[in-house]
Structure formats: structure tokens, C-alpha cells
Design a binder for this molecule. Structure first.
Ligand code: TDO
Length: 175
């Protein structure tokens, strides 16, 4: 099996560990394969790929797109390390407003699958980090939405105390 798929505490959130082939030149790994992912619960098609670079203590999130533009995301860290969080916003879900997190690093090469209907955010743990993520729906500016990173009801145990935020994320849910 080229990948290991592990359900998180919220079972629709899946931690994917790729098989890494190392040799004298370096390494090779597959990072996505439709047949394997679809057979292991990640059935959506991906239609957009994104990359971002962040400095230490940056938090981006919590972001989601409103229906009908909801995005599933497959996140991995190309350089450095991040703490990646998924928040269940599906109102009829047993894990509504619960969160699940994983440390994704360029060393562990793991990926986190966050289904449509979730908010997503991450904190940068290393001096710098580059992440890449695949999305199941295209970016739609008008559907773009967010919840404040430290929303008291969700109460995420972030590993960063005084994050660097975008103005948009700082202003989220200000009423
Ligand atoms: C997300 C996105 C942004 N943009 C533009 C809008 C804006 O001018 C600039 C920066 O956007 P943002 O500040 O929203 O970038 P960022 O804070 O990195 O937003 C991302 O955060 C992570 C946590 C996610 O889950 C992503 O879906 C996305 O929401 O890039 C696009 O053109 N396409 C896109 O897909």
C-alpha cells in the first residue's frame, strides 16, 4: 500500500501517511493517487491546488467557504512544520464544533484530509513553513468566510499564544 489512512477523533478527518522510497539519490513518494484515496474514504475530486509560506507563530484560519462552494482540503507541509486543525461545522454531525489537529512536517510527510463542511486553520511551528493543499472546490471570494481562531465555544488548544494574524482573521466575528 503506498499510503496509510488513519481516521482522527473526528472520523471523517483522515491522516494520510505516504510510503517513502529512499535510496542513495534521496527519496520518492506518491502524494496523491485517486484510486487509493477514493477507496479509503476520500472520494471527492480535487480541482484547485494552493501553496502558502508563513513565518513562525503565524496562524491562518479558521477558514471555510459557504455552501454551495464548501471545500474539502488535503494539506501537507513541504518545508518546516505546522499544527493543522479541522473544525466540524456540519450542524447535524455528532462532532459539531469539535476539532481535530495533527502536526504536519516536511520530515513526517503526513497529510491531513479535511472534508467539505469543516473550517480549517494552522499555526506555524518552525521559523518558516511552506504548505501545499489540494481543494475539492475552487476559490470563491463571495463564499469566503471565517471564525475567529480563538472562538471560545470551539476552544482550540493552539500551540501558539500570541499569533501573527491577517487583518481579516483578526477582525473575524467582531460582530
Ligand atoms: C484562498 C485564496 C486566496 N486568494 C487570494 C485572496 C487574497 O487576496 C489573498 C490571500 O488570501 P487569504 O488571506 O484568504 O489567504 P489565507 O489566509 O492563506 O487563506 C487560506 O487559509 C487556509 C487556512 C485555508 O484553509 C485556505 O482555504 C485559505 O482560506 O489570496 C486567491 O486568489 N485564491 C484562493 O484560493
Amino acid at each position: 500500500m503506498p499510503f496509510e489512512f488513519k481516521k482522527m477523533e473526528i472520523p471523517d478527518v483522515i491522516l494520510v501517511t505516504p510510503r517513502v522510497f529512499e535510496d542513495d539519490r534521496g527519496y520518492f513518494m506518491e502524494t496523491y493517487k485517486a484510486s487509493e484515496f477514493k477507496a479509503n474514504g476520500i472520494e471527492e475530486d480535487f480541482v484547485q491546488d494552493n501553496q502558502s509560506f508563513s513565518k513562525r507563530n503565524v496562524i491562518r484560519g479558521l477558514h471555510f467557504q459557504k455552501k454551495p462552494h464548501a471545500q474539502g482540503k488535503l494539506v501537507r507541509c513541504l518545508q518546516g512544520s505546522i499544527w493543522d486543525v479541522a473544525v466540524d461545522l456540519r450542524e447535524n454531525s455528532a462532532t459539531y464544533k469539535k476539532w481535530a489537529a495533527a502536526e504536519l512536517t516536511s520530515d513526517n510527510k503526513q497529510m491531513l484530509y479535511i472534508p467539505p463542511g469543516f473550517a480549517h486553520g494552522f499555526a506555524t511551528l518552525s521559523d518558516t513553513a511552506i504548505i501545499s493543499y489540494k481543494c475539492t472546490a475552487e476559490y470563491c471570494k463571495d463564499a469566503d468566510s471565517g471564525i475567529r481562531w480563538n472562538d471560545p465555544e470551539i476552544s482550540i488548544a493552539w500551540p501558539v499564544e500570541e499569533p501573527i494574524l491577517s487583518q481579516k482573521d483578526f477582525d473575524a466575528n467582531k460582530g
